[in-house]
Design a protein. Structure first.
Lengths: 395, 175
C-alpha cells in the first residue's frame, strides 16, 4: 500500500521553553530539547542512527546539530524550508524510517533569533536575486495584503475584520496562559487586541506571533518496533507538502489572494494518506500556522474546517476555542508559544503528542485521538511551502 | 526641430511633474530623503546582498523598460518575463510587452514597517500584475481598485556600494 500511514511511530519528544533566552545559545537549546526526547524515549544519544536537522539561520551543515550532541559520523540532513522546515525534516525522516533505511532517527529543529539587532523572522526582508528591485517584503507586510484582500473580497469592513482577527488573538492568549513553556502567558482583552500598536495595517502587535529562541525534537522508529520503547507511542497517520513558486501571486494575475492554495493541497495530501474524509468531524485538535491572526483565519478555510468564505461564522461561534467543536492552537499557537522558525513544526507536534497521551493538563482536549499540525514557510505574495502532519493514537 | 515634435506634444512636462507635489511636514525626513543627513538605517540580514551589476544588466529590459511577456501560445501576459509559461507551460514562445506605459488598478496594498513605504500588487489594464512600491500618495489615501500608473524612480532603501538601483513605482493617476 502506498504511503506511510501507521508505519512510523514517535517514541519520544522534547521541547524547550520558547522565549527570549539571553543566557542560552542554540547549542544549549538543542541539548535541552534532544535530551528531553532521549529520556522520554528511554534511549542514549549514541543509539541514534541518523538525524534530520531543521534551522533557518542558526546552523549550517549537519555538523551544527552534531556538535552540541557529539553525534559522531552519522548521516544528518540539514533542511531549510523557512517555517515549514521542521515538518519537512520530520516527513522526510519518516520516509527514511518507513523505507527501513534506519531504525532510530532523531529530528530536531532549533532557532536562535534574539542575539543580534537584525530583525528576523517576523521582520526579515529577504531578497532572492541580485537585481534588488523587488519591494522589501517583511512577513507582516505580505500578510497584511492577504488580510486587506480577504476583507475586500468577502465584503467585511475594516472594523469588523479587525474584530475577527482580535478574537483569534484573544483565544490564543487564553490557551497560552495555560501553557507553561509558552513565551507569552498573559490573557488579553478584545479591546487590547483591536487597539494594539500597528505593525502593518490591519495587523497590529497582537496579530503577530512571537519572535523567539527555542528548540524541539522527536525520536521516531518503525511502528512494529515502537512497543519496545513505550506503550503510548504515537503513530504518523498522514503527511503532505505543497510549494507555490516564487512570486506566483505576481506572475499569475488572476490569483485571488484570499487563500493559500499551498495549504489546501498539503492538507488534501495528508487527509488522503490518513483516510480522513471530513476533517472538521474527524480531527480532534489542530495546531496551525498562526504567524499572523489573518493566517489562522484563512487556514480554517484552507484546511477544510470552515466552508470557503465563512470562517467568520465559526470564529463568532467559538468553534475553535478550547471548549469548541475543533480546538485550534490549544497551546497558544505561534502567537503565544512563540516562533523559533526551524523548530515550530516540531513544537506543534509536541503539543499533539502530549494531548494524545492525555498529558496536556488544563489544556487537555477530551479523548483526543487524531491531531493535525500545519506549518507554512514563506508568504502569500512571494509563495510558500505548506506542510501538514497528522498524528494518531494507536488502535 | 523637425515634424517629429508632433509625436511628443501633450507629454507631461516639468510643470505637470511639479504639480502633484506634497509638502513633507517634518524637516528631518526632508534632510534624510535629500541625503543631507544620515539617519540610522534598518539593519538587515545577510540575505540582503549588494545589487549585482551583471544581474541588473541581464534583466535590463524588465527593469528599465518594464517589459513583461505575452505567451504566443495562450496569450497570457506575465511579469517578470518567464521562459516557461505559467498557464500553458509552453517553453520559450513569448513576445515582449511594454508595461511601463500601462495603467493599472491596486489589487492589494500594505505598509512596510521597516521603511514606512506603501507597497502592493497592481493589475495592469491589459493583463499582467506587478508587486511594487506605491508612491506619491499618503498611505491613508490608498484603496483597492484605485487607478495607478508607473513612474520610474531610484530606490535608495538600503545601503548601496555605489550601484544605484532604479525601478518603477506605481503612483495614483494624476487628474
Amino acid at each position: 500500500m502506498p504511503g506511510i500511514k501507521d508505519k512510523v511511530a514517535i517514541i519520544g519528544m522534547g521541547c524547550t521553553d520558547f522565549g527570549e533566552h539571553w543566557d542560552k545559545d542554540v547549542k544549549d537549546l538543542i541539548v535541552e530539547a534532544c535530551y528531553e526526547a532521549f529520556e522520554d524515549a528511554g534511549i542514549e544519544p549514541r543509539d541514534i542512527q541518523a538525524a534530520w536537522w531543521s534551522t533557518m539561520q542558526s546552523g549550517d551543515l549537519g555538523r551544527s546539530l552534531a556538535y552540541p550532541l557529539k553525534l559522531k559520523y552519522i548521516p544528518i540532513t540539514r533542511v531549510e524550508n523557512r517555517c515549514a522546515g521542521a515538518h519537512d525534516a520530520f516527513i522526510n525522516a519518516c520516509y527514511a524510517v518507513a523505507a527501513g533505511a534506519f531504525d532510530l532517527v532523531l529530528v530536531c529543529g532549533a532557532e536562535k533569533l534574539k542575539d543580534t539587532g537584525v530583525p528576523v523572522a517576523g521582520m526579515d526582508p529577504s531578497i532572492l536575486y541580485g537585481t534588488r528591485v523587488e519591494p522589501l517584503y517583511v512577513p507582516p507586510t505580505a500578510f497584511a495584503q492577504l488580510a486587506r484582500r480577504y476583507f475586500h473580497h468577502y465584503g467585511i469592513s475594516y472594523e469588523e475584520g479587525k474584530r475577527l482577527l482580535s478574537m483569534i488573538a484573544v483565544k490564543n492568549h487564553h490557551n497560552g496562559s495555560l501553557t507553561p513553556k509558552a513565551q507569552f502567558r498573559q490573557e488579553i482583552t478584545l479591546e487590547q487586541a483591536i487597539n494594539a500598536p500597528m505593525v502593518s495595517p490591519p495587523l497590529g502587535l497582537l496579530d503577530c506571533c512571537g519572535i523567539s529562541d527555542g528548540a524541539a525534537a522527536a525520536i521516531i522508529t518503525r511502528a512494529e518496533l515502537a512497543r519496545n520503547f513505550r506503550d503510548d507511542y504515537i503513530l504518523v497517520k498522514g503527511a503532505g507538502m505543497s510549494c507555490a513558486y516564487y512570486y506566483q501571486a505576481q506572475v499569475e494575475d488572476d490569483l485571488p489572494l484570499v487563500s493559500l492554495e499551498e495549504n489546501v493541497r498539503a492538507s488534501r495530501m495528508a487527509y488522503q494518506e490518513a483516510g480522513i474524509k471530513d476533517p472538521r468531524q474527524e480531527i480532534d485538535l489542530a495546531i496551525v500556522h498562526d504567524c499572523f491572526t489573518i493566517t489562522e483565519l484563512v487556514i480554517y478555510e484552507d484546511l477544510g474546517f470552515s466552508p470557503r468564505g465563512r470562517a467568520k461564522e465559526d470564529i463568532e461561534a467559538g468553534t475553535f476555542t478550547l471548549e469548541g467543536e475543533l480546538p485550534v492552537n490549544t497551546d497558544g499557537g505561534l502567537k503565544c508559544f512563540g516562533h523559533p522558525v526551524g523548530a515550530s513544526g516540531l513544537r506543534m507536534m509536541y503539543e499533539i503528542y502530549k494531548q494524545l497521551q492525555g498529558k496536556a493538563g488544563p489544556r487537555q482536549v477530551k479523548d483526543a485521538k487524531i491531531g493535525l499540525a500545519n506549518t507554512l514557510g514563506g508568504t502569500p505574495v512571494e509563495g510558500a511551502t505548506a506542510a501538514v502532519v497528522i498524528l494518531g493514537r494507536r488502535d | 526641430m523637425t515634424e517629429e515634435i508632433e509625436k511628443v506634444r501633450g507629454h507631461r512636462g516639468i510643470t505637470d511633474h511639479l504639480e502633484p507635489k506634497r509638502v513633507i511636514s517634518d524637516y528631518a525626513t526632508y534632510l534624510k530623503w535629500r541625503g543631507l543627513v544620515k539617519m540610522a538605517e534598518p539593519r538587515v540580514t545577510h540575505t540582503i546582498t549588494y545589487p549585482s551589476a551583471p544581474s541588473i544588466w541581464r534583466e535590463r529590459n524588465r527593469i528599465f523598460a518594464l517589459h513583461g511577456v505575452k505567451c504566443k501560445t495562450c496569450g497570457t501576459v506575465q511579469y517578470p518575463p518567464q521562459r516557461i509559461c505559467a498557464k500553458c507551460q509552453t517553453k520559450d514562445n513569448f513576445e515582449a510587452v511594454r508595461l511601463s506605459d500601462k495603467k493599472g488598478r491596486i489589487f492589494s496594498f500594505s505598509q512596510d514597517p521597516l521603511t514606512g513605504s506603501p507597497e502592493g500588487l497592481v493589475n495592469f489594464e491589459d493583463g499582467g500584475r506587478i508587486a511594487c512600491y506605491l508612491s506619491d500618495a499618503g498611505f491613508e489615501e490608498l484603496e483597492i481598485g484605485q487607478l495607478v500608473e508607473m513612474s520610474f524612480r531610484k530606490l535608495e532603501l538600503l545601503r548601496s556600494d555605489g550601484i544605484p538601483v532604479y525601478f518603477w513605482k506605481a503612483i495614483p493617476v494624476r487628474a
